[in-house]
Design a protein around this ligand. Structure first.
Ligand code: CA
Length: 256
C-alpha cells in the first residue's frame, strides 16, 4: 500500500479546496470527494458544490480517488464507476473492507438493476444515474452528510443489539457486527421503530431519499434486509428482523 502511494505523483492530484473558504468554514463546511475521470463533469460538480459552500477535492482516476478517500476526511464521496486504473466498485469494496464508512454515492451511466444492486452490495449508500439534475445531486449529498453528522441519542439498544451512532459500531450480545454504512443506517432505522412495522416506502424515503417509490427499489431494500439479517442473526440466535408479509419489516423478539 505504502509503496503504491509513494509511486503516485502527488503533483498531479486535482486536490483543491475553494480558495475563498475561510478557516471557520473549513471547520463547519461539508467536504466532498469527487472521483470522476470526465474532466468537465468533475469540474461542474465541484463548482456547483463550492457555490453551496462545500469544500471539494477531485480525483481523475481510481488510484488518486482511493488515496484521497483513505487519507483525508470527507462527509461524502461521489464515485464514478467506470474509471481508468481502479474501477469504482473495486475502490469501494477495498475501502469498506478496511473499515472506511464514509457515505458513498455512486455516479454511473450503468442503470441496470443488477448494477445498482451490485453497487449497493459493495457498500454504496446511494446512487445517481447519469445524466442527473444538480439539485437532486445536492439533495442526496446533503441527506448523506446529515446522516453522517447527526448525533442525537448516541446509543440505541434493543435486546442483545447495541449501537453507537458516533463510532458507528453495532454489536449483538457483545459480538461486533461487520456492517456496511447502509446496513448500519438500516438497522438504526429499524431500532428507532422497534416493535413497529417499517414499510418499504418508509425505508425508500428515509434511506434512499425517494418520494415516489420505484418498484426496482423494493428489490434493493430486500437485498439489504437479507444481508443485514444474515449478519445480525448468528445461526444459534433468535431471529430479530421479521418480515411482515405485504407490509414491511419489524425488529422484535416476539411473534406479532
Ligand atoms: Ca467515467
Amino acid at each position: 500500500m505504502l509503496q503504491n502511494r509513494t509511486r503516485l505523483n502527488y503533483a498531479n492530484h486535482y486536490l483543491f479546496f475553494h480558495p475563498t473558504v475561510t478557516s471557520e468554514l473549513a471547520e463547519t463546511g461539508l467536504r466532498a470527494l469527487v472521483v470522476e475521470d470526465e474532466g468537465k463533469l468533475a469540474k461542474a460538480i465541484a463548482e456547483s458544490l463550492e457555490a453551496s459552500a462545500w469544500q471539494v477535492a477531485t480525483a481523475a482516476n481510481g488510484e488518486e480517488g482511493f488515496y484521497l478517500a483513505t487519507s483525508h476526511t470527507f462527509d461524502v464521496v461521489i464515485l464514478d464507476l467506470n474509471l481508468p486504473g481502479r474501477d469504482g466498485l473495486e475502490i469501494l469494496l477495498t475501502m469498506r473492507r478496511h473499515g472506511w464508512r464514509m457515505p458513498v454515492l455512486i455516479l454511473t451511466a450503468r442503470d441496470s438493476l443488477e448494477d445498482r444492486v451490485r453497487g449497493l452490495d459493495c457498500g454504496a449508500d446511494d446512487y445517481l444515474i447519469k445524466p442527473f439534475a444538480f439539485p437532486e445531486l445536492h439533495a442526496r449529498l446533503r441527506a448523506l452528510a446529515r446522516r453522517g453528522r447527526h448525533d442525537d441519542a448516541t446509543k440505541l439498544r434493543y435486546g442483545e443489539i447495541e449501537m453507537n451512532r458516533v463510532t458507528r459500531i453495532a454489536s449483538r450480545a457483545g459480538r461486533v457486527l461487520d456492517l456496511t454504512s447502509k446496513e448500519f443506517d438500516l438497522l438504526e432505522f429499524l431500532l428507532r421503530h422497534k416493535g413497529h412495522v417499517v414499510s418499504r416506502e418508509m425505508l425508500a424515503h428515509a434511506l434512499w431519499n425517494t418520494r415516489a417509490r420505484a418498484v426496482p427499489l423494493d428489490n434493493v431494500i430486500d437485498v439489504h434486509i437479507a444481508r443485514l439479517r444474515s449478519k445480525i442473526d448468528a445461526p444459534s440466535a433468535t431471529p430479530l428482523i421479521r418480515t411482515v408479509r405485504g407490509v414491511g419489516f419489524s425488529i422484535q423478539e416476539q411473534d406479532l
